[in-house]
Design a protein around this ligand. Structure first.
Ligand code: Z5A
Length: 213
């Protein structure tokens, strides 16, 4: 679908748990500040009060099984609210949007992690996301072992309580997405020390800014 009305650029950060998305989102924002670009930042699932309420419901540990299909529908319900109430209006107004996770996470976590496959997610993407596609995605890639170690001392949400094989499938899902869209998805080696990762993030972001301003 043409994105004619969307004047801003949309940047997303993706990767497994604990790889450093939130930490490096700040680095992306620093680059935008330095370039004098007007932007908003957000996250998924969540980003608006109603979508954050769906996040709570989706990630809270439960005494009942959450079917993979229910999980993906909740992710897309939150996404629909987020897109229509926050992302689309910002992009239409010419603002840039920087978001911690977006639709690639559904392909990686629900499509591959939960083994739902891609067909249902493609359908939901067409219905919910339509033309609001990211222009640049930084995929912070590190092994699940590295990510888990970094968030070891934190309380784990329902998805973080999954077995290690789940997170290996998630990583494979992300890398497959990057292979399909090498122009949009740039892989950053997130296993490196933080200063090296930030350096890579800055390089990719500054290159993108240069090409789009
Ligand atoms: N989810 C889904 O299943 N489907 C979907 O469609 C969407 C989401 C959108 C919530 O996401 C859950 O939702 C997530 C996927 C699912 N579940 N899991 N797993 P989230 O983004 O809120 O949660 P998260 O993946 O667990 O992110 P996080 O815990 O906030 O991690 P992070 O942002 O990638 O890492 P960080 O907070 O920036 O860094 C973690 C620590 O490591 C911190 O102490 C840093 O200082 C440190 N750090 C960062 N980088 C480095 C380096 N390079 N070296 C050493 N230490 C570092």
């Amino acid at each position: 679908m043409p994105r004619g009305e969307l004047k801003g650029q949309f940047i997303t950060l993706e990767g497994g748990e604990g790889v450093g998305k939130s930490t490096n989102l700040a680095e992306v924002c620093k680059c935008l500040d330095e370039a004098g670009i007007d932007y908003i930042q957000s996250r998924e699932p969540g980003g608006t009060p109603l979508a954050e309420a769906v996040r709570e419901l989706t990630l809270a540990p439960a005494n009942e099984t959450m079917p993979g299909m229910a999980e993906v529908l909740l992710m897309f319900a939150a996404r629909s609210i987020h897109i229509e109430n926050k992302i689309r209006p910002a992009l239409e107004a010419g603002k840039w949007v920087v978001c911690d996770r977006f639709v690639d996470a559904s392909y990686a976590y629900q499509g591959c992690g939960r083994e739902l496959g891609t067909a249902a997610i493609e359908t939901l993407e067409q219905l919910v996301v339509a033309d609001v596609e990211p222009n640049l995605t930084l995929l912070l890639d590190a092994s699940p072992e590295v990510g888990a170690e970094r968030i070891d001392n934190r309380e784990h949400d329902r998805i973080e309580q999954e077995q290690r094989e789940f997170f290996h499938r998630v990583r494979e899902g992300y890398l497959a997405r990057a292979q399909q869209s090498p122009q949009r998805i740039k892989i950053v080696d997130a296993s490196q020390p933080l200063s090296n990762v930030q350096q890579q993030v800055r390089q990719v972001t500054q290159q993108f800014i240069k090409a789009h301003t």
